[in-house]
Write a protein that binds this ligand. Structure first.
Ligand code: 5GP
Ligand code: ZN
Length: 110
């Protein structure tokens, strides 16, 4: 766990946030500033700065993040209407929290 990292704190229960899903590897919660009716963040518990910092050994967590997003889309009833999955990478890519996270954005028809 990285000191002073907001998503480390949230994913380790050190900052109270309603979790929609949690297992040993990742958590899912709603974005505080949603860009659409459904805007979730899929966040690994282990601190990884960004997509740039992934290694071959991270293939499993990456796949798990995407498969969890897929399940959450179904749970939030946006799987049929459709949704976006987005990684912002580093400052120029719009990343402001430097702890890896996958955005699930959708529900425009709601
Ligand atoms: P980034 O731009 O780094 O890809 O996205 C970070 C996201 O985290 C932003 O969409 C922002 O609204 C969200 N966020 C920042 N602080 C908090 C927080 O304390 N709680 C929650 N739930 N979301 C946050
Ligand atoms: Zn972190």
């Amino acid at each position: 766990m990285e000191k002073d990292c907001l998503f480390c704190k949230i994913s380790h229960g050190q900052m109270k946030t309603d979790l929609l899903f949690e297992n040993d590897h990742l958590v899912v919660f709603r974005d505080i500033n949603p860009h659409a009716p459904v805007h979730l963040l899929i966040v690994p518990k282990r601190h990884i700065r960004s997509i740039n910092d992934l290694t071959e050994s991270d293939n499993r967590i990456l796949a798990e993040m995407i498969m969890t997003a897929r399940q959450m889309a179904k749970k939030e009833k946006v799987n049929v209407s459709g949704y976006k999955l987005l990684f912002n990478v580093e400052k120029g890519g719009g990343q402001v929290i430097f702890h890896l996270h996958l955005h699930l954005i959708g529900g425009w028809d709601k």
